[in-house]
Design a protein. Structure first.
Length: 74
C-alpha cells in the first residue's frame, strides 16, 4: 500500500469518526429537546390540574416562581 493509499484510508477513517461524533451530538441534542418538551407539557398539565404528583409539585412551583421573577424584571 502506497503513501497516498494510506493517507486516503486515514482520511476516510477520520471522516467516519467525525460523522459518528456529529451523530452523537445530534442525538444528545434531540434527547435534550424531547426532555424539554416533556417538561413543558407536564408543567402545563400540572398548572391545569390534570396531573399531580409529589415529585412534580416543587418543580412546577419553581417554574412558576421563576416565571414571575422573569416577568418582574422585564
Amino acid at each position: 500500500m502506497g503513501f497516498l493509499d494510506k493517507a486516503k484510508t486515514a482520511a476516510e477513517q477520520a471522516a467516519a469518526k467525525a460523522q459518528e461524533g456529529v451523530e452523537g451530538v445530534t442525538t444528545k441534542r434531540d434527547l435534550g429537546q424531547a426532555y424539554s418538551e416533556l417538561g413543558r407539557v407536564a408543567y402545563a398539565l400540572v398548572q391545569r390540574g390534570e396531573i399531580s404528583h409529589v415529585e412534580l409539585t416543587p418543580l412546577a412551583d419553581r417554574i412558576t416562581d421563576l416565571e414571575a421573577k422573569a416577568a418582574a424584571t422585564v
